[in-house]
Design a protein around this ligand. Structure first.
Ligand SMILES: Cc1cc2nc3c(=O)[nH]c(=O)nc-3n(C[C@H](O)[C@H](O)[C@H](O)COP(=O)(O)OP(=O)(O)OC[C@H]3O[C@@H](n4cnc5c(N)ncnc54)[C@H](O)[C@@H]3O)c2cc1C
Length: 461
């Protein structure tokens, strides 16, 4: 039996950043990670002069937690790179063709009405609705409702099908009819309350000084793994790592006991930095109420395919960041990134990298039926060839299967989060990090880790 102060279950970005922030408060922690490597979903392959992302490829510049952490880690701010926003253009597949998303969209809300009126992506009925939408009255809804409902109430079904659903699918891999408007699009539900019209809300905010200058997306030279590698380096001396699977978390006298293989380790606190469905199973007997809440957070799966070509054989200008595929136009991929254009420094001159994102039911079906990397490459290639109009074959590909990897903030999520916060407060030493409560992205994960570390440090004094 060993005794540690804080045990962290999971060594992804959440676990690593929690350990880092705890160490800053002088609190000793140990990470237990079931995979043979740290970083979780963040992984960058360096192949043939290219930095190829297996998971996240960037983060939103408007959220400051990544830049703050990079500052602290030293040396990293120099490695932050910006997306090539001069070429920022996204296409949407309509009738099998790539059609440009209207300029000035803020998610599914047109910030530039003229561009929306001129766009071939939207039909006449939607354009009439845009005009009517600007006259909508402020509205407060008493119950949570879906993103699908918010979008159709304001703009009708076409905006949902061709803009909102494909955009959200690219972030959540989920279903707009299930996702909670309050949890996923709080800015827009606030506009509805204050202005009635979402268009008016977007236009109002356009007049404010920008939250950040420069590009919308940021990343790191050498890929997102530069960040987790820096965290690893910063914690290497003080944070031991046990590479093993946690199988249970039990109550013990004066604290907790974590079962890892044949060993049991006692500690005063446990930070759950793993997906909610894993935490639910681990806490089932010791904190049953919390386990029930966690088990109700659904997860969606994803497959990320990166196909690398000889650029000369592609015969495509790659004049944008990529494209989105609405559900009923979809065969295999739901979204694609033209990596050369979004982050030119990632790809060696002479090569072109196309990243395909397979999500939800399709990803689950491919995993269930045991599709291997070659089979996935073939399916993704067929989509690229058909939609982009080329016949070249890739020089090589990397395929990553991520089962049950993206939490879905479904209708009712905010009250589930409230319950989880209460149960966390009552648990005397179980803490929840990861991306299940305060946002699904990389910056949200870091912010949550920082908050949890602060809370643990505060409890101690
Ligand atoms: C395909 C994909 C693309 C994404 N793209 C972006 C993007 O471009 N921008 C952005 O901001 N966000 C993106 N995200 C979200 C972002 O990746 C996550 O918010 C973040 O990486 C979550 O980190 P985490 O440490 O909480 O989880 P994870 O990275 O999942 O880490 C959890 C860790 O827990 C370990 N673990 C699980 N069970 C156990 C156990 N029983 N015992 C011990 N260890 C265990 C796992 O092995 C894993 O290492 C993306 C997510 C996905 C899935």
């Amino acid at each position: 039996m060993r005794s540690d102060n804080v045990l962290i279950v999971g060594g992804g970005l959440s676990g690593l950043s929690t350990a880092y922030y705890l160490a800053r408060y002088g609190i000793r922690s140990t990470i237990i990670e079931k995979a043979g490597r740290l970083g979780g979903l963040i992984k960058t392959d360096q192949i043939d002069g290219c930095s190829l992302e297996a998971g996240p490829d960037s983060y939103l510049a408007t959220k400051t937690s990544v830049a703050e952490l990079a500052d602290e880690l030293g040396g990293l701010p120099d490695k932050i790179i910006s997306s090539n926003d001069a070429a920022r253009r996204v296409f949407v597949v309509r009738g099998g063709k790539l059609v440009t998303m209207p300029r000035g969209m803020s998610m599914m809300v047109p910030g530039d009405l003229r561009a929306a009126f001129e766009s071939p992506l939207l039909g006449a009925a939607t354009k009439v609705r845009l005009l009517r939408e600007t006259r909508m009255k402020p509205r407060t809804r008493t119950e949570d409702f879906s993103v699908g409902e918010l979008v159709t109430d304001h703009f009708g079904p076409e905006m949902l099908e061709y803009v909102a659903e494909p955009l959200l699918c690219g972030v959540y891999g989920g279903d707009a009819e299930q996702l909670s408007a309050n949890s996923v699009l709080p800015r827009f539900t606030a506009y509805e309350k204050r202005f009635g019209s979402l268009i008016k809300g977007v236009k109002h905010d356009q007049k404010k000084p920008a939250e950040t200058t420069g590009s919308l997306f940021r990343s790191f030279e050498g890929g997102m793994q530069t960040l987790t590698d820096a965290l690893l380096k910063a914690t290497a001396k003080n944070v031991p790592v046990i590479y093993s699977e946690v199988t249970r978390v039990e109550k013990a006298e004066g604290g907790w006991r974590v079962l890892v293989g044949q060993e049991s380790i006692s500690c005063s606190r446990v930070v759950m930095a793993c997906p909610a469905h894993v935490s639910a199973a681990l806490l089932e007997r010791s904190v049953p109420q919390m386990a029930i809440e966690l088990s109700h957070i659904p997860y969606s799966s994803a497959i990320l395919a990166m196909l690398v070509f000889d650029r000369a054989t592609l015969g495509h200008s790659l004049d944008g960041f990529g494209f989105l595929i609405p559900r009923h136009e979809r065969k295999t991929i739901a979204a694609a990134t033209w990596v050369n254009t979004k982050f030119p420094s990632r790809i060696r001159t002479g090569l072109a990298a196309l990243r395909g994102f397979i999500v939800g039911g399709k990803a689950e079906e491919l995993m269930r039926t045991g599709a291997d990397k070659d089979a996935v490459t073939e399916l993704v290639l067929a989509d690229f060839q058909q939609l982009m109009g080329f016949s070249a074959a890739p020089l090589f590909s990397t395929i990553y299967f991520w089962p049950k990897c993206m939490p879905q903030y479904v209708v009712g999520h905010s009250s589930r989060v409230q319950n989880l916060r209460r149960l966390e407060g009552e648990s005397a030493g179980i803490h929840l990090t990861s991306n299940i409560m305060d946002g699904v992205g990389v910056p949200d994960t870091i912010r949550r880790a920082k908050d949890v570390a602060k809370q643990i440090a505060g409890d101690r004094v």
